[in-house]
Design a protein around this ligand. Structure first.
Ligand code: HEC
Length: 128
């Protein structure tokens, strides 16, 4: 039978590991569930993106891209200027915040993981 001292040690270590777990629970960035239909992280603002960003292409394209606020702003502006994306008006800033927060600068090496160029046959027709 274990002595009193052993039990006390055991109790102390159980208590300590409990507090360690509780402390590490607070530290990591919040993870959001992924909507199985759109592929979007269900973080605040995702409905806005879901409603506006799959009219022309799948929203899966969002997760395939990443960037800081400047990069996302340029992507959105490019779609507005050249691809017929409408004026996002009051949804501009919340959408931009959603994208740059949840699809921010990637930690992966984009030289290695960048997708291959699209086959020319899959590209939209050139503008006249
Ligand atoms: C009016 C049509 C239209 C809408 C609406 C639209 N896009 Fe696009 N988007 C395009 C086209 C066209 C392309 C280029 C074709 C492709 O890569 O499939 C594109 C490409 C992209 C790309 C890839 C850019 C790159 O550099 O490869 C991303 C990311 C993207 N869109 C995000 C969004 C987001 C976020 C929204 C919602 C705010 C949105 N799109 C709404 C037309 C649209």
């Amino acid at each position: 039978m274990p002595g009193f001292k052993t039990l006390k040690l055991l109790l102390v270590s159980v208590l300590l590991s409990g507090t360690a777990l509780a402390a590490s629970d607070e530290a990591p960035k919040k993870e959001y569930p992924v909507d199985p239909v759109s592929g979007l992280k269900m973080a605040p603002g995702w409905e806005m993106v879901n409603a506006q960003c799959n009219a022309c292409h799948t929203t899966l394209i969002v997760g395939q891209n990443s960037g800081d606020e400047k990069a996302w702003r340029e992507t959105l502006q490019w779609m507005i200027d050249t691809q017929g994306l409408w004026d996002l008006s009051e949804t501009w800033e919340p959408i931009l915040a959603y994208l740059s927060t949840h699809y921010g600068v990637a930690d992966i090496d984009m030289e290695t993981f960048r997708r291959l160029p699209l086959d020319p046959a899959l590209m939209p027709p050139p503008k006249k």
